[in-house]
Design a protein around this ligand. Structure first.
Ligand code: XMP
Length: 521
């Protein structure tokens, strides 16, 4: 029997019982990568709920607690009663061992990082793998005595019982983390559990997830209107497309054109969403008010604050014109959840901050709709493709909330904004033409607060300086300046100086992060 029913289709489900590990979402993600549906539930979820999803197997996640203390999380009895395959990972292994009569001790020293695992017993979990594996460990406790009915499967130098299995039941446990990429062949270990032990079918796809999220959105918001701040970035764009599929014109998007966007960006967003996809989008033309508030301000932090506050004012004044909105949608994705607080609470709360918006007024009490909350960036992009968003839109480099405001050093004026937009546009156009755009993680131009002397024909030109910045990074926490070809830089520099009269010089930023940051302000 199968369980999850989406549009008459049913798919096998793997339950991930969460004991609080920072990697729990990663386990679910790896299962999804193998086209198997997984659901994460807290370890103390009710027996009825577990029965209702009828899992084909249960993965017990890691967690920060120690089973050597009383009152720490335990596996619910129902997990054993269902007689389905179980895989304990790290804390999941320790509590499994302890609950089945084995012994867990606090090791003399905690083990973090790479370790060599030696597999000593045949196990389906390790089929098609070498007998030695490079695995990633992160634990303080470890199993000292096997529980009754279990046999040793693998060890490391410091963890003699690093993997174990039941001799007659499909119960397996491993001390290392197969879900992190640092564990070589971790994916094979998980796939062995899914396909050889749980015998699930790989019949779950991105369109199932879209159908499921649409059902959930409909269930949550009913016939009510939902408000969304649309920035044109990947996350808010995919959220908009998904909500539109779910509730059509009950979705009201507000797009704030603050004049600090890239060249052509406002038109592109409006074209995509309003003209082509018929979304209900209100464009708030607010360049003037932003420039007025920013007049004479040079300090970067003050500029950021003013931009954030003005954004809220504009958004708020547009939102209050729309009657009867009780829901606010946000394009929060999983890395945002970890970065902000780790709070998984979905209860209604006063909205204090928005990733890109910067904060909404205290009195705006709305329930949140966050349909991408458990997804990773590349999964959001794949969902966007399925929803019909263009590859150009989905693969665009990140753009900071304060926009060009942090790329014009010193006071922001309309003239500087126009110059920067043109220079940035030339740089980006050329990167695309040279097939370099997707090879760098982020690229942009910066307007510097200095002038320099140049010569054009026989004329002296005393004009603006533009810096070009391009970086390569995986997570934007650290970055290396991109080693773009000299000929390419020369060509871009020539175009900028020749085509923009107000620019006399172009420089290339060769600082990495750290110690520099990616943006200049
Ligand atoms: P930094 O300059 O801190 O930038 O190295 C790292 C990444 O974050 C982006 N960034 C922002 N994004 N609001 C945003 O939504 C902001 O205030 C903001 N500041 C920086 C930056 O473009 C880079 O991708």
């Amino acid at each position: 029997m199968t369980n999850l029913s989406i549009n008459e289709k049913t798919v096998d489900t793997i339950l991930v019982l969460d004991f609080g590990s920072q990697y729990t979402q990663l386990i679910a993600r790896r299962v999804r990568e193998s086209n198997v549906y997984s659901e994460i539930l807290p370890w103390d979820i009710s027996e009825e709920r577990i029965r209702s999803i009828n899992p084909k197997g249960i993965i017990l996640s890691g967690g920060p607690d120690s089973v050597t203390n009383s009152y720490t999380p335990r596996i619910p009895q129902i997990a054993f009663d269902l007689n389905i395959p179980l895989l304990g990972i790290c804390y999941g292994m320790q509590t499994l061992a302890e609950q089945m009569g084995g012994q867990v001790v606090s090791a003399d020293h905690k083990e973090f990082g790479h370790s060599e695992l030696t597999v000593s017993t045949d196990s389906i979990l390790f089929s098609d793998l070498d007998k030695t594996l490079n695995v990633w460990m992160s634990h303080g406790d470890q199993v000292q005595d096997l529980p009754d009915g279990f046999e040793l499967v693998a060890s490391t130098a410091t963890a003699p019982i690093a993997a174990m299995q039941h001799i007659s039941k499909p119960i397996y446990a491993i001390q290392f983390h197969p879900e992190v990429t640092h564990t070589e062949d971790g994916k094979t270990v998980l796939d062995n559990f899914l396909f050889k032990i749980c015998k699930v079918h790989a019949d779950w796809k991105m369109d199932n997830l879209i159908a499921q999220r649409i059902n959930e959105i409909k269930e949550q918001v009913g016939n009510n209107k939902v408000l969304l701040g649309l920035s044109g970035g990947v996350d808010s764009s995919v959220t908009a497309a998904l909500l539109h599929e779910a509730i059509g014109n009950k979705l009201v998007c507000v797009f704030v054109d603050n004049g600090l966007l890239r060249k052509g960006e406002a038109e592109e967003v409006m074209n995509t969403f309003k003209e082509n996809m018929s979304l209900n989008v209100i464009k708030a033309d607010s360049e003037e008010v932003f420039l007025r508030h920013l007049k004479g301000v040079e300090d970067p932090e003050q500029k950021r604050k003013i931009i954030g506050r003005t954004f809220i004012d504009v958004f708020d004044s547009e939102a209050t014109k729309i009657k009867d909105v009780h829901f606010l949608a946000q394009g929060t994705i999983y890395p945002d959840v970890i970065e902000s607080s780790g709070s998984e609470s979905k209860e209604a709360r006063v909205i204090k901050s928005h990733h890109n918006v910067g904060g909404l007024p205290e009195e705006m009490k709305m329930d949140l709709v966050e349909p991408l909350r458990d997804l990773f960036k590349d999964e959001v992009r794949r969902m966007g493709v399925e929803l019909g968003l263009s590859a150009e839109m989905l693969n665009r480099h990140p753009f900071p909330g304060p926009g060009l405001g942090v790329r014009i050093l010193g006071e922001i004026t309309k003239e500087k904004t126009s110059i920067l937009k043109e220079a940035d546009h030339i740089f980006i156009q050329e990167l695309i033409k040279a097939d370099l755009y997707n090879k760098v993680s982020q690229a942009f131009a910066v307007h510097l607060p200095v002038k320099s002397v140049g010569v054009v024909g026989d004329e002296r030109r005393y004009a603006e300086v533009i810096a070009l910045r391009a970086v390569e990074t995986v997570d934007f926490m650290t970055a290396r300046w991109a080693h773009l070809p000299y000929e390419f830089l020369e060509h871009v520099s020539n175009r900028i100086v020749n085509e923009i009269e107000d620019v006399s010089r172009v420089v290339y930023d060769i600082s990495s992060k750290p110690p520099a940051t990616i943006e200049w302000e």
